[in-house]
Each structure stands twice: as structure tokens, then as C-alpha cells.
Design a protein around this ligand. Structure first.
Ligand code: DGY
Length: 305
């Protein structure tokens, strides 16, 4: 799609360029399809011809949107196409940590399984439990829908309350933050990362959760105070966590990998062949629309128009 319309320079390795390398690569470009790279002042100040940054991802905390807006650079993202895929992964983590799937797999592989035992590797039930969803956008709603499939009682909290029709359709009940924290057996995070959501979950919030509760994070690592989470997991303030994202990824808090009550994944929420192709296609469509002077379908900074 891109090659048919533009001269394309592809960074050949699937390793994100650092800002100084990206800045160098962007000096002459008009459009940037950003895959996992940070686009900050350092890059933008040297990219005088840049008109559009098409992020290949729904979250765009890797991009200094304000700085783009100041320069009238359009920023786009890829919402919608990865909703169900990410919700599937949140549920995979939820099931895995509750039923100790990763731990059991390791146990079998290491040849430690000697006989069937009644008391072996008890986990926690998922069905008929209370699922708390924090952030009720597309992905949060898709997780709630999966919760209904498991006959869970679904609670949610978000900045804006959903319409009665949406709440009714998903049988989801709006509650305040404290109720969500106190009543959820599984708390799944689906808010974007921004200043207001930095360390949304810290020691205080973890302390409000049930000791039998599990935290699931497929949103962004910095939403959770990782130090506080490790302390809560170690002291069993909460029962466990399923994490696809980390505060300083790809670096993890050194204690996390030592804990059995946590399932860890390398930020693969939207990583299926089908979905990655849809994301790439949508990012390319956004990019081309902007370069051709049309308004792209997924603009995140409409103020530029
Ligand atoms: C997204 O789309 O936001 C994924 O987390 C990939 O960055």
C-alpha cells in the first residue's frame, strides 16, 4: 500500500530505533509509520517536513502528541481492530493466574509431576466470581462480555458512565473506585496511560483489594506502581497478578520473576497474525490519508484541523 504511493524507507530490523537514530532517519520524511518507537521533541525538532505520525497501536503514550499538535503534525492510532484480541489475552492471563496454568506447565516440563494428588495445585474459580473492569472503552467492554460468558458478576468504573443500553446489554454495574477495588475478585485494567493514570494502582489501592483477588494488566505498565505490586504479591495482600505490561519494560522488577503467583507476558496483547495485519493496514491507511490531504479515520489530535 505504501510503496504504491510513496518512496518508502523501511527500518529493516524489528527493533525500535532510539530517539536520536529515529531523528536522523526522519530528517527528510513527510510521514512516519511508528511501530513501537518513541516520537519525542528530539525527533520532532529535526523532522521539519513531517506531516503525520501514524502509530501502529491503539495506545499512543510513546508519542508526544502535544509537541506534534504544536507543529500541526497529525497523529493517528489503530483502535477497534485489536479490541477482541487484547480482551482475549486479558482473559487468558486471568484464567492462567487463577488456575495456575503457567506454574503447572513448568511443573510438568521440569519432570516434577509424580502422581495425581487431590490436594495438588489448587487454584481459584473464575466462573460466578466478580469481575471488575477499570476503564470501559472498547477493550474494557470486550473483557466484560467475556466475563458474562463465564457467568461472572461484572462491575466497572470509568470516567464516563456508559449508557443504560450498554450497561444492560453487558449486565455491567457502574461502581465507584473504592467499591470496584473492594468487591472485585478479578480486577482488569483498561485505562490509557496519561498523567492522571500514573500509578493509579498503588499500595493504597492494592490494600483495598481482597486477599483472594487477582490484578490483570494488559493496558500500560506505568498505571501500576510495580514496587507496591511486588510487595502486595509477596505479602499476599492480593492473591496474584497477570501482567502483559510493565513499568519499565522490557525490564521487570527483579522480584517479579521469582514469584509463583504472577503470570508474565512480553507485551503481546494484540500479537496475533490476523490482528497485527489489520493494525498495520489501518496505520498505513491513516498515513496515506494524511499525506494525500484527507482527514485520516483515526486522528488523536483533531485540534490540528
Ligand atoms: C497497543 O496497541 O497499544 C499495544 O499495546 C501495542 O503498543
Amino acid at each position: 500500500m505504501l510503496a504504491a504511493a510513496c518512496a518508502v524507507h523501511v527500518h529493516p530490523a524489528d527493533i525500535a530505533l532510539k530517539p536520536d537514530q529515529l531523528a536522523e532517519a526522519c530528517r527528510e520524511v513527510e510521514g512516519l509509520l511508528a511501530v513501537g518507537v518513541r516520537v519525542n521533541e528530539e525527533v520532532l525538532s529535526q523532522a521539519g517536513k513531517l506531516r503525520v505520525v501514524a502509530n501502529c497501536g491503539v495506545g499512543y503514550d510513546n508519542i508526544d502528541v502535544e509537541a506534534c499538535t504544536r507543529r500541526k503534525i497529525v497523529v493517528t492510532n489503530t483502535p477497534g481492530v485489536l479490541t477482541d484480541t487484547t480482551a482475549d489475552l486479558a482473559f487468558a492471563l486471568l484464567l492462567a493466574v487463577a488456575r495456575r496454568v503457567a506454574e503447572g506447565d513448568k511443573f510438568v516440563r521440569e519432570g516434577r509431576w509424580e502422581r495425581w494428588e487431590f490436594g495438588m495445585m489448587w487454584g481459584a474459580d473464575v466462573h460466578h466470581k466478580t469481575l471488575g473492569v477499570w476503564g470501559f472503552g472498547r477493550i474494557g467492554q470486550a473483557v466484560a462480555r467475556r466475563g458474562r460468558g463465564f457467568e461472572m458478576n461484572v462491575l466497572y468504573h470509568s470516567r464516563r458512565r456508559a449508557s443504560p443500553a450498554l450497561e444492560g446489554g453487558l449486565a455491567a454495574r457502574f461502581v465507584d473506585r473504592e467499591t470496584l477495588l473492594r468487591e472485585s475478585d478479578f480486577l482488569s485494567l483498561h485505562v490509557p496511560y496519561e498523567t492522571g493514570t500514573h500509578h493509579l494502582i498503588g499500595a493504597r489501592e492494592l490494600g483495598l483489594m481482597k486477599p483472594s483477588a487477582f490484578l490483570i494488566n494488559t493496558a500500560r505498565g506505568k498505571i501500576v506502581d510495580e514496587e507496591a505490586l511486588v510487595a502486595a504479591l509477596k505479602s499476599r495482600t492480593i492473591a496474584g497478578a497477570g501482567l502483559d505490561v510493565f513499568e519499565h519494560e522490557p525490564h521487570l522488577h527483579p522480584e517479579l520473576t521469582k514469584l509463583n503467583n504472577v503470570v508474565l507476558l512480553p507485551h503481546v496483547g494484540s500479537a496475533t497474525g490476523e490482528t497485527r495485519l489489520k493494525m498495520a493496514t489501518l496505520a498505513a491507511e491513516n498515513l496515506l490519508a494524511a499525506l494525500h490531504g484527507r482527514r485520516p479515520p483515526n486522528v488523536v489530535n483533531p485540534e490540528v484541523y
